[in-house]
Structures are given as C-alpha cells and as structure tokens.
Design a protein around this ligand. Sequence first.
Ligand SMILES: Nc1ncnc2c1ncn2[C@@H]1O[C@H](COP(=O)(O)OP(=O)(O)O)[C@@H](O)[C@H]1O
Ligand SMILES: [Mg+2]
Length: 538
Amino acid sequence: MVQTTCQNRTTPVRRSARRRSYMNLQERLERMADEMETDDEDKDFSPPKEDVEDETPTSDDAVEETEQKGRKTRGSKNVATPRKRPRQVSSTLTPSKLYTPRKKVGNRTPSSRIPNTPTLGSGRRWKLSATPLPERLQERSTPRSEFEKARERLHVSVVPDALPCRETEFAEIYGHVESAINEGTGCCVYISGVPGTGKTATVHRVMRALSEAAEQEEISPFQFVEINGMKLTEPSQSYSLLLEALTGQKFSAAHAGDLLEKRFNTVSPDRQSVVVLMDELDLLVTKNQTVMYNFFNWPNLAHSRLIVVAVANTMDLPERMLTNRVSSRLGLTRINFQPYTHQQLIEIVQSRLERVRCFEKDAIVLCARKVGAISGDARRALDICRRGVEILEATLRNAEAAGKPLDQKMVTMAVIDRAVKEMFASPAVQSVQRASTHQRLFLVAIVRNVRRGGTAEVEYGQVADEHIRLCKLGNIQNPNPSDLIAVCAQLATCRLLLVEFSRAGDRRQRIRLNVNEEDVITAVRNGGEEWLRRLVEA
Ligand SMILES: Nc1ncnc2c1ncn2[C@@H]1O[C@H](COP(=O)(O)OP(=O)(O)O)[C@@H](O)[C@H]1O
Ligand SMILES: [Mg+2]
C-alpha cells in the first residue's frame, strides 16, 4: 500500500450549535451583503470555507427506526433536543436541511435550464442555501489599500462566485445531477484531473446552484453530503458518515455498510435524492476496493436515489481498482478537468483582480506562462501573484524606513520574477537539487511515466525501464537492478517518494511522488545537466 502523509482532521459536530452558528452566519451574511452594497468592488467574492458544526444524538437502533427518527428530526422546523450528551464525530460532514416541497416538480430537460456560472461583475451573490456548504466569514478591515485587497482576492481559500474557464464542466455536472434529482434516479459522475484544476471548487458551485434551485422550488428537494478521503482514517468510515448524515444516528462502519445496502435495496416512495460528493477518492480506494465498488454500485440500484459525484486525481482509478469489466458495467459518467493553459491562468488571475489596480499586465502574463508551462495549477499561479504583492509591500516599507520612499504602485515583471524564483526554491526543490544524478533521473522517469499515463501512481517496473532508457539517452552507465532498488529506497527515505513498502523491489510495486511534479522539473531545470533538462522539457 502506498504510504501517505495525509492526516485526518477531526471536527466537533453539534446540532444546536450548528443552528446557532447557521443563524449567526446568516446574520453575518446579511451584514456582509449590506457592506457589499456600499463596497461594490467586492461583490463577487464569497468567503473561504470552514467546517460546519452539528450536534448528533447517538443510538444503535435498527435502520427502519433510524430512518423514521431521522425524518422526524430533520423534517420538523424545531431542532430536536439531543437525548444524550453530544459526542464528537471525526471527519467533516455537510449534512443538509431537508425541504418540504410545496409543489410537485415535474421532469425537465436539464439543458433547458442549466444556469450559467454567474459571471464576474454580474452582481450575483450566493446566499446560504438550504443545503449549506461550509463557509467562513472573513472580517474585513476598512479602509484597505489596493495591495491588501489584491492579497485577499488572490488567496486560494477565497473562491469567487464565478469560476472562469470551468463553465462547460459546471454545466455538464449540473445537468447530470439535476436530471437525476428530478427523475428520482441514481447516477454516478466521475471527475478526474490533476490537483489545482478547480474540481472541488466547481462541484461546490454546482451544489450551491442546485440548492438555490431547490430553495426556489425549481427542482425537487435533495440532501447533500460531503465525504473527503483525506479526512477519513479508514475508507469504510465513509459508510458511517453517510448513514449518520441520512439518519442522524451513528453506527460502526461494518454495520453502517449493511444498513446502507439494505436501505438502497428497499423501495421507499418518500425518499429524497441524496447527492454525495466523494472528494479525494484516490485516498479511499488505495486502501479498500469494496468501498469504491459500493459507492459506484448503489446509484445503479433502482430505488436508491443516490447520486455520487466522485472526485479523483487520476483518470483510470476505477479501472485499476475494479477491473475493466466491473467499471464499464457501472456506467460512470466521466468528466476530465484539463490543467489550465497559460491563457486560462491569465483569465483566472485577472478576474480576481478586477477593479484592483496594482498589477502590470506583463507581470500576470509572466506568472501564467511559468505555471502553465509546468503544471497548470491555479493555486500556484495565485500564490505567486500574492507573493509578488507581499514582496512589493516589503520593498516599499524598507525604502520608507530607510528614508528613501519609493513611488511604485504596481507589481511588475521583475517582482513576479523574484516571487517565482522564491517559490521554486522551495525546500522540496532544494532537496531534489541535492539528490544524486541517478536519484534525479529516477524522479524524472516517474514524471515522464505520470505524464504518459495520466496517473499519479506508477509501477516500479515501468519507472525502472524508463530509467534505463534515459541512461542510454544521456549516455551514462546503467545502474544494476539492486542499485536501482536502492535509489528508489533512498528517495523514499528522504520522503521525496511514497512507496508501497510491502512490495519493495517488485516490478508491480506502486510508487508516487511526494513532491510536486513541478518541483522536480524546476530542480532539474535549475541543475547543471543540460541533457536532463531537455528530458523534462520534451
Ligand atoms: N477556474 C477558477 N477560477 C478561479 N479560481 C480557481 C479556479 N480553479 C481553481 N481555482 C482556485 O484554486 C483553488 C483550488 O481549486 P480546487 O477546486 O481545490 O482544485 P482541485 O480540487 O482540482 O485540486 C480554489 O480554491 C480556487 O481558489
Ligand atoms: Mg479538490
């Protein structure tokens, strides 16, 4: 099994507190909306995310009873008093409130009413919908300088209402989920793409738009549950989380799995559709295949009304984990998020900086070109621009302290160049630079395999073959097989690689980079060996 460094984050969950915080949040949102009206410049930006609080009673009753109780509690306007002392639940859920539909909604053609992703400048603001997504309000200090505004807007945790360059993906996901909700069927949408391509942000936007539509009674009511592989200690914990969100009751993973199986196989005319976002799916399935199989299979059951939106970094995860025959039978709808091109990165950064005048156009272009050439990761582009602002602010402060104030109001190419260099001279880049030639070559062989296969995880055998090929190209001596195993082990020891320890030396041993692909590329580019540099640029 591939070793990961991911840690589970635990979140306290209390229902009365959730209601209180929900109401506070609403009040704060209203206050914020008022502020926004006076400060029109910021109207398109929604605040960063935060975990939601909930309070959950505990019990170990049978599923029918729990479903009834769950319905009663969720359906009533008043919040039920917990019967027992609230207990902390690990992992974040986003259990939604249920609606009482006042009119029946008929089927409709999804394409006829898919909302456009609101565009910047449209003045549209997200209100707290009936299926609230996690949000955090950021207190705003006024008055703010242009630099301060730019830093705030460029922060990756601030997701704008409109996601430029993801309109097609938004419409596609919206269409599938909406029609499944309205038709009362199940479906499974499989979304893949390298990190930082906006997968999670787009799905959150879709859910927000759908919950607004449900609030307006334009579509049938539904429940939204978010499960993140990164936050689970065990893949099967996702059963307990899903059942808890549906019934308000806690069960052991094994028991919850059985109860869910029973639930989804049982006819229940009153059942609402449930949309489950399975984020960071990669981390769930490397440990246990049954979990992924079940989450892909349950939507196919006639009465489940389960809609699974699975988000992963790799395109062929279902095939690798479930064999081709099973995965094709599951009939997944697939949507792949391509890395952003440099033009798209320019658009993303510019849209965030609309009405904030502190960036020269060339500076943004330079940043977008650097990131576009390496990874197409929007987070990296935003971080570089943000760092650019900080560098300029520090320069101005120092000049003023030295009694020679500068009159520079714009982030220039030179500033971005400094930010890029600083960013790419990260500890990870430095450790790759310090590695031996064969170690760096091994990392390059992984990068080439990852690019070719589109999967983050690769097999040792493929990498070893590539390594030998690259030695020939570079005209350097091949390492013998045991030396190459040692190279891989050394890289794992210094945490540049994650490897499946149980199969060390086996050609099928799975390995993956524990640093960004771009860190490897940058380190090799910065290094002296011209032939190695050509290999990563090829
Ligand atoms: N199209 C976009 N427009 C604006 N910001 C974006 C866009 N795509 C990604 N981002 C930014 O990058 C961050 C990371 O996106 P995320 O959806 O978490 O990526 P992924 O899930 O693919 O790893 C988001 O929080 C957002 O700030
Ligand atoms: Mg994500």
